[in-house]
Design a protein around this ligand. Structure first.
Ligand code: FES
Length: 78
């Protein structure tokens, strides 16, 4: 499997409303941390994420988190 592009080595922390989001897994989107369709032609697909309540989210922007869409500190090892 190809490695995703490391967009940046720290998370994107945002206040999000409850709702459905499509997290960019390929690291190529110009609309980080969300999908803009840039993965087309690669093996990557965006991950659908349901946020059930308004809250602060630390989205993984290195694309290597073991939890996928959420930062787990893995970026410190890159
Ligand atoms: S940005 Fe922290 S694990 Fe990816």
């Amino acid at each position: 499997m190809s490695k995703p592009n490391v967009f940046q080595k720290f998370p994107i922390v945002k206040e999000e409303k409850a709702g459905t989001y499509y997290w960019c897994s390929c690291g190529q989107s110009a609309n980080q941390p969300f999908c803009d369709g840039a993965h087309k032609g690669t093996e990557f697909v965006p991950k659908k994420v349901e946020i059930t309540e308004d809250k602060k989210v630390a989205w993984c922007a290195c694309k290597n988190s073991c939890t996928g869409e959420f930062c787990d500190g893995t970026h410190k090892t890159l």
